[in-house]
Ligand binder design. Structure first.
Ligand code: SF4
Length: 119
């Protein structure tokens, strides 16, 4: 992810999850995520000892995850601007750049709805 427009598009894709409660997000992500099961066996993924960048790790770890967008929504809510490490197919740098865009959309959404609900 490089272009500011990409962050805007991604944040807009997450709008649909704005009213999903935290506990529902958590339940779905922990139940259906790919990462939790990759290391559930004894061996782990075959690429785990390779020297790869965070961006490559994000791509490999999350590319086939069925709950990638829900995971991102949850991560942005939980960690806010303090985004570190690989998660949701994005690096910490990517998510730190995404966060203010996502936050601004949510603030606007809340304002449009009468200022009630967070996030
Ligand atoms: S998107 Fe990546 S970090 Fe998030 S649950 Fe899926 S595999 Fe795990």
């Amino acid at each position: 992810m490089v272009n500011p427009e990409d962050y805007e598009l991604l944040a807009a894709e997450l709008d649909r999850y704005a009213n999903v409660p935290d506990d529902v997000l958590m339940e779905i992500v922990t139940r259906d995520c790919t990462c939790m099961w990759l290391w559930a066996g004894e061996d782990g993924p075959e690429w785990q000892d390779e020297e790869i960048t965070d961006r490559q790790l994000a791509a490999r770890l999350c590319e086939s995850c069925p709950v990638r967008k829900l995971c991102l929504e949850w991560e942005l809510r939980l960690a806010g601007e303090h985004q570190f490490g690989v998660c949701c197919g994005l690096t910490g740098d990517d998510r730190r750049a995404l966060y203010p865009v996502w936050r601004a959309r949510r603030d606007q959404m809340n304002e449009d709805q009468g200022g009630g609900q967070q996030p």
